[in-house]
Structure formats: C-alpha cells, structure tokens
Design a protein around this ligand. Structure first.
Ligand code: FES
Ligand SMILES: [Fe+2]
Length: 342
C-alpha cells in the first residue's frame, strides 16, 4: 500500500507537532505527501492551511503571523485561519474573494496539534489513562523515520519480534517462541490484543521497572486505532503500568513522523522522566533500525505470496484485512508501486 495514494486515509486525525513547539512562527509539515503550514493566531486559535500561496506559490510557512492572519513573505498577501485571503497590500479596497488556499481541521489534544485533511471518519482517539487519575504523561519522541506508518503499526502488535529486534534490551533470544496473544475486541475502528511476554530487566533500568529482578513479565493490552495509532498498556507484576501511545503520522509513502508518549502510574521520585525516556529510546531505536530496512509498499493482500507469514503475524494480517475493508468501503483499491514486468 502506498499510503499517500489512499485518499480515505486523509480522513483521519494525525498529530503533527507538539503544542509546546508551536511558537509565534508558522510551522511547516508534510502530511500524507501534502505540504501544510500550522500556525496559531493572536487569539490562540489553531489553523492548518496548504503551504502554498495562491499568488505565486511561495510557502506561507516562511512568512509570519500578524494578528489573526498569516502573511506570505513574498508580496504580503494575508490569509485568515480558514485560508481566505483578507488583504492584498498592493490593491487596497479591492475584494480578495477569489484568493483562497485550502484549509484543514486542526485541534489540540494530549499536548499535540492534530490535523485532519478531510471530513473526519473518526474522532481523535480517547485514552483512558488521563481520566483514570494517578497517571502522569511523559512526552518521549518526535522523530522522523524512513519507513511506512503501516510497518510501525504492524510491528507494534508483533509479539515475535521482541526477542530478536530487542535482544540487546528487554528481549529474550533464548526464548524465541512467544505466546500468540489474543484479540479481545474488534470493531470497525480497530482492535485490542492481549498477551504476556517474559522479558529481561535491562541493566540500568531498575528504577524504570521498579525492580532489581533480572527477569520480569509484561502483561500487555494493546489497542490499535485504525489506521496509525496504537496504545500499548503494559502492566508489570508489581503493579507498575507503563502505557505507551505511539502515533505513526504519515509524512509520505516512505516516511513517518513518530510521536510517542507514555502514561505512568508512578511519580518522578520513583522513576525520572529522563530514565523513562532513555529506557524507551533504546527500545524504539532498535525498532527503527529494523523498520527502516523494510519495504514501504507493504502488500495488504495476505495471499499475494509476496511475503510469507507465521502464526504470530495474526494481528498484522487482521490490520491488512481491515485496511482493505476500509478502502473497499470508500470505493478504493489498494495502490501499489508499479513493478517492472518480469
Ligand atoms: S507569492 Fe504570496 S503574496 Fe505573492
Ligand atoms: Fe519493538
């Protein structure tokens, strides 16, 4: 599947930038292969527009914010939050109604600005931890990876990879046969996978896992929010909950902006933010190393024969099936890279 070629994927919300990083200057981002500019007006309102002035195509992200308008740096045309041109300095008093750039939905949630390029098919996912009480949020990563978002999602539900990809952190290469896990909930918007994984407690991670034991176990409850968000809620035997939200925001077909944060039911005195980030940095670095070597054009049709499968691939195969159903429901076929004839 070539992500940007599947139009229906434009109808989901994706986090694009940390709210704390969105200062006075407009912020450029490429989402689903489309250049957009995210900015905050003087009233605090968020806006996302196509990053291309309708006069001579300069990038609005290279301009500046003036009150409730964004100003193009080339000749000063100024647009409002909906993308309507409100001022053309060279022709004062002349209506600007035909000058317009496309505008998109933007909203703030979980410390990020989320953008949807179309009519939303689903709300921004709701995570239960903030409402449960006793959880803190730890922002972890905002990184560009050279892989398809689907590859990261599939990896997140792949119980077999941990013992190999993560052999230098928590994985147990001596114990390569994982439990299969089981899908406990499934609907049109995703599914829940539950399982347990025996793991190593890597040296230096004792404070993060609240134990000196060399081995422990993760009970996982991972939720997939179709298409590219997952939450993996990990509970350790000592009651510690480390719940990770990973968003694979589609930049283009071969590039993903990884936005990840964790919810923890402990305190800074128990485990420092720095130690928690360092622990997961090693783990996600291991995933990145492998995923950036994968083909971004993953086949959704499992029986195509292009890739072979094993029993632990069940969740990934279900994802492929559900994505195919989503495409079909919106009149689309899977778009693949054109391959040279044999
Ligand atoms: S290109 Fe933007 S005002 Fe001319
Ligand atoms: Fe992993």
């Amino acid at each position: 599947m070539l992500t940007t070629r599947q139009k229906v994927l434009r109808r989901f919300w994706y986090p694009v930038v940390r709210e704390s990083e969105l200062g006075a200057a407009p912020f450029p981002f490429r989402l689903m292969g489309e250049d957009i500019v995210v900015w905050r007006d003087a009233s605090g309102g968020l806006s996302a527009l196509a990053d291309r002035c309708c006069h001579r195509t300069a990038k609005l992200s290279r301009g500046w914010v003036d009150g409730n308008l964004i100003v193009c740096p080339y000749h000063g045309w100024a647009y409002d939050a909906a993308g309507a041109c409100q001022r053309i300095p060279q022709t004062p008093g002349v209506p600007t109604t035909r000058a317009q750039v496309p505008g998109y939905r933007a909203a703030a949630r979980y410390g990020y600005v989320w953008v949807c390029l179309g009519e939303p098919l689903a709300d921004i996912p709701v995570f239960e931890e903030p409402g449960e009480g006793g959880f803190r949020q730890v922002h972890q990563f905002y990184e560009n990876w050279q892989c398809a978002p689907f590859r990261l999602m599939e990896n997140s539900f792949d119980l077999a990879h941990a013992n190999f990809t993560h052999k230098d952190s928590f994985g147990r290469i001596d114990d390569p046969i994982p439990e299969l896990g089981h899908i406990t909930q499934q609907g049109g918007a995703g599914f829940v996978l539950e399982g347990r994984i025996p793991v190593k407690n890597p040296e230096g991670s004792e404070s993060v896992l609240h134990t000196d034991a060399k081995f422990t176990e993760r009970v996982i409850r991972s939720t997939w929010y179709l298409p590219f968000v997952r939450k993996s809620r990990i509970t350790y035997p000592n009651g510690l909950v480390h719940s990770i939200v990973t968003c694979a925001t589609p930049v283009d077909d071969a590039s993903t902006q990884v936005c990840q944060w964790a919810y923890r039911n402990d305190t800074e005195a128990d485990a420092s933010t720095e130690a928690i980030i360092a622990f997961d940095a090693k783990v996600v670095g291991e995933d990145k190393f492998v995923l950036e070597s994968t083909d971004c054009d993953a086949p959704l049709v499992a029986a195509s024969g292009e890739e072979r499968h094993m029993p632990t691939d069940g969740p990934g195969l279900l994802m492929r099936k559900m994505l195919l159903a989503l495409l079909a429901a919106h009149g689309e076929n899977e778009v693949r890279r054109v391959r040279a004839a044999a």
